[in-house]
Design a protein around this ligand. Structure first.
Ligand code: ZN
Length: 152
């Protein structure tokens, strides 16, 4: 496994752990209002993507890039809005856990964009050796080259 994928997997594990801790804190503080279903869904999707990294699934690579980019933007906007609210303390545990959840996301995005990570996820065209991130089917079990139209 290339260093970039190890880095992305470690960063995703940290994000999942921070999200799980945030859910536990929310359940301990106000059990009735804890976003249990939302948190469980996020943890499930994150765990599936992590398994996909280890099993070299192209769909996990694609979701890893898209979900981390969107997740970082959403968390950054949320943290910015929370940071401006006078009632929120920057040193509170939920705020720090949210920062810990958001901080590794750019690492995952950029690590997955490296050439070695693309090779790990079999995104190199078998014919012309160029990298391609185009899916040939719905679950990305086959990739298609933009340059020579080969599928593999
Ligand atoms: Zn090609």
């Amino acid at each position: 496994m290339p260093v970039a994928v190890v880095l992305a997997s470690s960063a995703l594990s940290l994000t999942i752990a921070a999200r799980a801790a945030l859910l536990i804190v929310a359940m301990a503080e106000v059990p009735a209002e804890a976003p249990i279903i939302q948190g469980a869904l996020q943890l499930g999707i994150g765990s599936l993507i992590l398994c996909g990294f280890l099993w070299r699934q192209r769909l996990a690579w694609q979701w890893g890039r898209v979900a981390t980019a969107l997740g970082f933007v959403l968390l950054a906007v949320m943290l910015f809005a929370l940071g401006r609210a006078p009632s929120v303390r920057w040193t509170s545990v939920p705020f720090l856990l949210t920062v810990l959840q958001a901080a590794p996301l750019p690492v995952i995005f950029f690590a997955l964009g490296t050439e070695s990570a693309c090779d790990w996820f079999r995104l190199r065209c078998a014919t012309c050796q160029r990298l391609s991130s185009v899916s040939a089917d719905f679950l990305f079990t086959r990739a298609r080259c933009l340059w020579c139209r080969t599928t593999w």
